[in-house]
Design a binder for this molecule. Structure first.
Ligand SMILES: Cc1ncc(COP(=O)(O)O)c(C=O)c1O
Length: 458
C-alpha cells in the first residue's frame, strides 16, 4: 500500500490540508491531528503506531462479522472482474441485487417482501420518507403526509436524515428542515421518568406522546411514525417493554404507518435478524444498512412491507426516485457472503443465547457498582453506561459531556475503543465477541472509569 511510504506526521499533515472529516470540529482537529487506523483483524483495530485497540463500536456499528474476512474480499474481486457495475434503472438489473432481495425477504419479518437499495442509511431513510408519502398519495390521501419522530433520534445526516432525526445540534445547523416532521419525547427512562414512576408506566407515557401528536395533527394528516427500535447514536436508549406494543397499537388504531429504522439493530445485533422480531412488532418499512455488508461495502436496503408494495403495483405510475448505485452488484455480492457468514457461524443465536446475556451480566457485576456509573443497560450486543457524579441523585458532572469524554479518552488510551454521547458511554461490538472478549472489555472499561473518576473528582 502506498501509504506506507509516508510517515504518520506526513499523513496527518496531508489529512489536515485536504480532508474534511465528518462530525468534526475542524479547528480542534488541526490542534490534535487525527488517529490513523491502518489495519484490523478479528475484533481488533491497529493504529499507525501499531497499537492494538479492541473495537467496542464495530467500526461505526457495522462490522458485525469482524475484520479480515477473506471471503468478502474474494466475492468483491470476483464480481468486479465479471461485472463491476450496471444499473437497475429502466427495467434492467444484475443478478446479485436480485438474489440478495430474495435472501432479505427470507430473513425479514413475513410481511416484508420487497427491497429498495441505496448506499447508506441516510439514503434509505430518504427513500422511506418519499415512499411513505407516495403511498398515501396513491391511496388518494396526499394530505396524510406528516411524520412523527422523536427527540434524540438519529436517522442520518442528509437533509432528510437530519429532519427525521431529533438531534438538536444538527437541527441548529439545518436552516430549513423537510416540512411536516414533528418530534416527541423519547422512551428514555433514566432521565425522563418521574420519581417513583415504574418503567412500565413510563413506557406507556412515552408512547402516549406519539398518540397525542397524532391527535393534535389529526390522524387524517399523519402518514407514519418513525423510530429506531433501540435509539443508537442518541445513546443506546432502550425502551421499556411496554413501549413498542403500545406504539404498534396506536399506529394501527389511527391507520398510521410504522417505519422502523434498523440501520444499527439490523442483522443480528439484538439477537434476531431484526429487532422487529426481537420486539414482536410488525412494521411497514424497515431501514437497513451498515451490517448488511458488515461495513465491507457501502450498501443499504429499505425493506418494504406488502401493504405499500402492493399499492405500488396495483396503482402503477412511476416512482421518480433512485440512485446510481441502487443495487450495486459488487456491494450486493459482498452482502450475500456476509449474510451467509452470519448464518453459518450462528452469530445471531450466539448473541441471543450466550454473549448478549453474558454482556448484561458482566456489565452489571463489574461496572454497575462503580462510583461514577448511574446505570448500565444492554440489549443483545448493544450497551450503555451512564456517567454520573452522584449515584443516588443521578446528578451529572459539570460541563455536560466532559465526563464521558474523559472516560472515552482513557478507554482508547487503554486499548478500548468506545464512544461517548453526552454523558453516556456506548458499546456496540462485532458479533464475533466471545465471553473472553467481553471480560477483556469490562476490565479495560473498568480501568478507564477508575482513571476518569480520579481526574473528575480532583
Ligand atoms: C439509526 C440510523 N439511521 C440512519 C443512519 C445513517 O446511516 P448512514 O451514516 O449510512 O447514512 C444511522 C447511522 O449511524 C443510524 O444509526
Amino acid at each position: 500500500m502506498t501509504y506506507q511510504n509516508y510517515s504518520l506526521k506526513q499523513l496527518q499533515e496531508i489529512d489536515a490540508a485536504h480532508h474534511l472529516h465528518p462530525f468534526t470540529d475542524h479547528k480542534d482537529l488541526r490542534g490534535t491531528g487525527s488517529r490513523m487506523i491502518t489495519r484490523a483483524e478479528g475484533p481488533f483495530v491497529y493504529d499507525s503506531e501499531g497499537k492494538e485497540i479492541l473495537d467496542g463500536m464495530a467500526g461505526l456499528w457495522c462490522v458485525n462479522i469482524g475484520y479480515g474476512r477473506n471471503e468478502l474480499a474474494k466475492a468483491a474481486y470476483a464480481q468486479m472482474k465479471e461485472l463491476p457495475y450496471y444499473n437497475s434503472f429502466f427495467k434492467c438489473t444484475t443478478p446479485t441485487p436480485v438474489l440478495l432481495a430474495k435472501r432479505l425477504a427470507e430473513i425479514a419479518p413475513s410481511n416484508m417482501n420487497q427491497v429498495f437499495y441505496g448506499s447508506s442509511g441516510s439514503e434509505a431513510n430518504d427513500t422511506a420518507l418519499r415512499l411513505v408519502r407516495h403511498y398515501w398519495a396513491l391511496e388518494g390521501k396526499p394530505q396524510k403526509n406528516r411524520i412523527i419522530s422523536r427527540n434524540w433520534a438519529y436517522h442520518g445526516s442528509t437533509i432528510t436524515g437530519t429532519s427525521l432525526g431529533g438531534m438538536a445540534a444538527m437541527h441548529g445547523q439545518l436552516n430549513g428542515a423537510v416540512p411536516n416532521i414533528v418530534h416527541v419525547m423519547p422512551p428514555y427512562a433514566f432521565e425522563l421518568a418521574k420519581p417513583g414512576e415504574s418503567d412500565h408506566d413510563f413506557g406507556l407515557r412515552a408512547a402516549k406522546a406519539v398518540e397525542d401528536a397524532i391527535l393534535e395533527a389529526g390522524a387524517e394528516n399523519v402518514a407514519a411514525f418513525i423510530g429506531e427500535p433501540v435509539m443508537g447514536a442518541g445513546g443506546v436508549k432502550i425502551a421499556p417493554d411496554s413501549y413498542w406494543p403500545e406504539i404498534q397499537r396506536i399506529c394501527r388504531k389511527h391507520d398510521v404507518l410504522l417505519m422502523l429504522d434498523e440501520v444499527i439493530t439490523g442483522y443480528g445485533r439484538t439477537g434476531e435478524w431484526f429487532a422487529a422480531q426481537s420486539l414482536g412488532i410488525e412494521a411497514d418499512t424497515i431501514t437497513t444498512a451498515k451490517a448488511l455488508t458488515s461495513g465491507y461495502q457501502p450498501l443499504s436496503a429499505l425493506l418494504v412491507g406488502d401493504r405499500i408494495s402492493s399499492t405500488l403495483v396495483e396503482k402503477g405510475g412511476e416512482f421518480y426516485h433512485g440512485y446510481t448505485y441502487s443495487g450495486h452488484p459488487v456491494a450486493c455480492a459482498v452482502a450475500l457472503v456476509n449474510l451467509d457468514i452470519i448464518e453459518k457461524e450462528g452469530l445471531i443465536d450466539r448473541v441471543r443465547d450466550e454473549t448478549g446475556p453474558y454482556l448484561a451480566k458482566a456489565l452489571d457485576e463489574c461496572l454497575a457498582g462503580h462510583g461514577i456509573v448511574g446505570e448500565v443497560r444492554s440489549i443483545g450486543l448493544m450497551a450503555a453506561i451512564e456517567i454520573v457524579k452522584d449515584k443516588d441523585s443521578r446528578a451529572r458532572f459539570e460541563n455536560g459531556g466532559f465526563a464521558a469524554a474523559t472516560v472515552r479518552d482513557h478507554a482508547i488510551a487503554g486499548g478500548m475503543m468506545m464512544r461517548a454521547v453526552g454523558d453516556t458511554m456506548i458499546l456496540s461490538p462485532p458479533l464475533i465477541w466471545t465471553k473472553d472478549t467481553i471480560d477483556m472489555a469490562c476490565d479495560r472499561i473498568g480501568k478507564a472509569l477508575d482513571l476518569a473518576e480520579r481526574d473528575l473528582r480532583k
